[in-house]
Design a protein around this ligand. Structure first.
Ligand code: UT7
Length: 328
């Protein structure tokens, strides 16, 4: 095996807020049915952050678990990277709020805005800067999309949930790390999935709030077509660049926005569904939080073991995408 970048994932962790919203709960809120949501997406329930919980609160809890599993103290970390599009505040970054909570001032901390691809962007960039940092790097994916959801829009409100996942990367000489990693973007398609207001293009006014322009606006159907093609192509390219045949992939952990997108990606990448970790039914689409939570779930259940080859693939607003083959 030829390694693109060597690093070891010392530990993983995740955190989902306590409150659960089922499809049946949503039936009472908008014109939808449990049957429609399940058959069109695969989602049965999602976790929803409380009024007091922000992105960094979720990351802090996931980080504590990941540090425990890694067997290191927070003071051993050399950097914090957080993929998110629902930060605590426009600034400071969520990574800085996490750093405050972990009480480890001094090390670099920054966010990456790449929507659903945020965790794979974080892993790619984290592994690239690891030799310069020389100490373990905490990479998180988190989103609290229910805070920017229009609860009157059945086309979006049934899809999203909240959660955070963390992986701690460390330098290693072992045969572990990336066989391949691809990240990419196409900004010309940004309008299809956007939170229009709240930035410098459209600062907050009474009107933007009244028109619900601070919530997710999505052309679901068009995104679906792009997602199927782009996520599939990225997965195929990552496998090709890894130099191993698709049969050698032990587990595929895809971004989970829709079961039908996952199935189409598996078909394109020639990875069977039986080797694909699908968790969408119990948490919905948590954007950057989805992949690290599903990854941690597979690791903690023993479905991914040391030495296994894991394929990741994501697609999200921007548009952005990422795919990688990693030896765990
Ligand atoms: O995270 C990465 C970025 N996001 C995604 O990857 C999401 C990609 N898109 C999707 O997953 C799918 O497009 C959705 C799940 C959002 C929608 O599924 P679809 O099969 O593309 O449905 P559609 O938008 O074509 O709508 C079909 C019908 C429409 O009714 P008519 O026009 O056929 O009468 C919608 O109004 O379903 C209707 N509909 C609903 N019905 C019940 C839309 N949302 C709902 C709903 N409940 N929640």
């Amino acid at each position: 095996m030829k390694f693109f970048r060597r690093f070891k994932i010392l530990g993983t962790g995740s955190f989902l807020p306590e409150k659960v919203l089922t499809n049946h709960d949503l039936e009472k809120m908008v014109d939808t049915t449990d049957e429609w949501i399940k058959t069109r997406t695969g989602i049965e329930k999602r976790h929803v952050a409380s009024e007091l919980q922000a992105a960094s609160d979720l990351v802090r809890e996931a980080a504590k678990e990941a540090l425990k599993n890694a067997g290191i103290a927070a003071t051993a970390l050399g950097a914090i990277i957080v993929g998110t599009i629902s930060p605590d505040t426009m600034f400071p970054s969520t990574a800085c709020w996490v750093q405050k909570d972990l009480e480890i001032p001094g090390i670099p901390a920054f966010d990456i805005s790449a929507a659903c691809s945020g965790f794979l962007y974080g892993m790619d960039i984290g592994s690239a800067i690891l030799p310069a940092i020389g100490k373990p790097i905490l990479v998180a994916g988190v989103d609290v999309l229910t805070k920017i959801t229009n609860w009157e829009d059945r086309g979006t409100c049934v899809l999203f949930g909240d959660g955070a996942g963390v992986a701690i990367l460390a330098p290693t000489d072992e045969d572990k790390g990336y066989l391949s990693s691809i990240i990419g973007a196409d900004g010309s398609l940004g309008e299809l999935l956007v939170q229009p207001a709240g930035g410098s293009r459209m600062p907050a006014t009474h009107e933007t709030v009244d028109r619900k322009l601070h919530t997710v606006h999505m052309k679901g159907n068009e995104i679906f077509k792009h997602a199927v093609r782009t996520m599939g192509d990225a997965a195929v390219a990552a496998i090709e660049e890894s130099g191993i045949p698709p049969d050698d992939i032990d587990m595929f952990v895809p971004h989970q926005a829709n079961n039908r997108i996952i199935e189409a990606t598996c078909k394109r990448a020639k990875v069977p569904l039986s080797k694909t970790h699908i968790t969408i039914s119990w948490h919905g689409n948590m954007s950057a939080g989805t992949i690290p939570i599903a990854f941690h779930d597979a690791v903690s259940k023993g479905l991914i073991k040391r030495g296994d080859k894991v394929l990741f693939a994501a697609f999200g607003g921007g548009f952005t995408w990422g795919a990688s083959v990693l030896v765990f």
